[in-house]
Design a protein around this ligand. Structure first.
Ligand SMILES: [Zn+2]
Length: 307
């Protein structure tokens, strides 16, 4: 059986997740779409033992299983409803929601709670992005930040971050996107980025930068183009350029003051939003960690990363 469907409108969301009970049932159905299975012995006979803590105990071997294990909700004392609504807001709010807005929308008494929820949901944006791009891909690198972009932290000192972008060609439009901070624009770095984002066999479009040479030896059909060959009014790599300029606008408008340490998190968030721009409601499941296999983030990991 597939995972339970996701709601298609805010009204449907409200109707479906109006109570703790409803969220609990959805959580259970997402974790065990075919009914409870004990992870220790495979038994399907379970008795609910601690309703509020969402614990189930196997009737055969006694193993206790938490319904929130492996999700972002694990180990927190926040009501499921708060998590569900936070994931909904983060997934559907365009171009993104701040901790302050989240605090207000969910009527949370502490800003820190909203911030922590937001960081946890953001971390869930990383894991699903590992599949390699296929078909035809534009690859480019660009600078982000520096004085004119008004970013705080490390890059206020005129320091810019080099970002690699890889984006699928889908007819006149764009497919999936990958972004990654790069150490430099040397050949080994750009090759590693290409191999980390794009499947061998793909047609790879780049500009004429020397560092891109040799991609054909790595199993790609490399089609470099010189800037001089581009007609006036035409873009060399139009999809990559569109993604990059949208990213810059988004970083500037929503996330002023991104430090070096947080940059990868924001790049991941941007990629997540870009790749799910057609199905934002489906993204709420992914944000909650329902059906995902990655480990939930602890407060320690987040605060250490923020430091
Ligand atoms: Zn068991």
């Amino acid at each position: 059986m597939p995972r339970p469907s996701y709601p298609l409108s805010i009204l449907e969301f409200q109707q479906r997740f109006g109570s703790e009970e409803a969220c609990r049932e959805y959580l259970f159905a997402s974790r065990w779409p075919d009914g409870f299975v004990c992870p220790a012995c495979g038994s399907v006979r379970a008795g609910e033992m601690h309703r509020r803590r969402l614990l189930w105990q196997c009737k055969d071997c006694g193993q206790q299983t938490s319904a929130t294990a492996g999700t972002v909700m694990h180990g927190t004392h926040m009501p499921l409803r708060t998590w569900f609504w936070a994931a909904y807001l983060v997934a559907t709010h365009h171009p993104g929601i701040s901790a302050k807005q989240l605090q207000r929308q969910l009527a949370l008494s502490r800003y820190e709670t909203a911030w922590l929820i937001l960081q946890k949901l953001r971390r869930a944006m990383v894991a699903p992005e590992r599949e390699l791009l296929k078909g035809e891909v534009e690859i480019d690198e660009f600078f982000l930040g520096g004085h004119e972009d008004n970013l705080k932290g490390g890059r206020q000192h005129g320091k810019k971050a080099l970002i690699g972008a890889a984006i699928e060609v889908r007819g006149a439009g764009s497919g999936r996107l990958r972004l990654q901070a790069l150490a430099n624009s040397q050949a080994t770095t750009l090759r590693t980025f290409t191999q980390a984002t794009t499947a061998p066999g793909a047609i790879v479009h780049t500009d004429g930068l020397f560092s891109y040479r040799g991609l054909d030896k790595l199993g790609y059909e490399h089609r470099p183009r010189k800037v001089a060959s581009v007609a006036p009014g035409e873009q060399l790599l139009p999809r990559a350029h569109r993604a990059i300029s949208n990213l810059k606008a988004w970083m500037h408008g929503t996330h002023r003051g991104v430090s070096d340490a947080h940059l990868p998190v924001y790049l991941d968030e941007y990629v997540f939003r870009h790749n799910r721009r057609g199905t934002p409601m489906a993204a709420f499941q992914t944000l909650l960690g329902l059906g995902a296999t990655h480990q939930p983030t602890t407060y320690r990991q987040i605060t250490r990363r923020a430091a």
